[in-house]
Design a protein around this ligand. Sequence first.
Ligand code: NAP
Length: 234
Amino acid sequence: MNIAGSVVFVTGASRGLGLALAKVALAQGASKVYAGVRNTEGFDVPGIIPVKVDVTDEASVLAAAERCQDTTVLVNNAGIGEIQDSALASNMIELTRRMMDTNTFGIVRTAQAFAPILARNDGGAIVNVLSDVTWLSRPMLAAYAASKSAAWSVTNALRLELTGQKTQVVAVHVGFVDTDLVRGFDVPKTDPRVVAEVVFEGVNGGALEVLVDEGTRLIKSSLSLPDAVYFNPQ
Ligand SMILES: NC(=O)c1ccc[n+]([C@@H]2O[C@H](COP(=O)([O-])OP(=O)(O)OC[C@H]3O[C@@H](n4cnc5c(N)ncnc54)[C@H](OP(=O)(O)O)[C@@H]3O)[C@@H](O)[C@H]2O)c1
């Protein structure tokens, strides 16, 4: 799939990584870029078309898909995260449900709505923004990590399901990115623009998985080892 000439729909594009993905897609020659945002008011980025969408609301997703029938690349970027005190916190189940409604079921809703559109448009691509926490949970991120692991599993099923209609399904795994989501974390973070460039380089090259940074590659490569990183993260 080539981003140049494609019609890209990015969810959660009001700010952060989603906005960077939309801008980089445009800069790389996408013929049209839709920014899926919860609030279209005040969104004013030249060349990018705001479209109202809340990925937790099926009717909203269906309405966006109805409007954007020429989409060839769906980027599932919308996501939420929250720090918790403990994996045993009394709100763990409620928190996990809430994370999953956006981070996991949001992907299911948009895939259900857009897969038939992609099929009609020669297959196209679905790019799911996951995380390094897919493979590395911690008590303080237990609910968020569970939603991303589940989203990874959904992504893998979608890839097999949509092979028949020639849709390239890409999982993006990435560590800290410099956005509002991790504003309070004093750790090295990757520039969202750099992440977007690495993601689209992978998409253009036919990748099924993009491991954006060295830390994420290390975690993935350790999975089959007796001392896999998730046993004892530093
Ligand atoms: N930042 C990191 O360190 C990091 C690391 C790994 C993966 N990620 C993933 O990268 C993606 C983007 O995160 P970010 O860092 O850019 O976070 P962010 O700055 O907090 O932005 C989140 C975006 O998602 C949108 N959003 C949230 N819930 C939504 C919903 N129900 N429907 C539609 N849009 C919704 C937000 O819209 P509003 O403006 O309306 O709130 C915003 O545009 C997420 O999937 C996140 O899990 C981030």
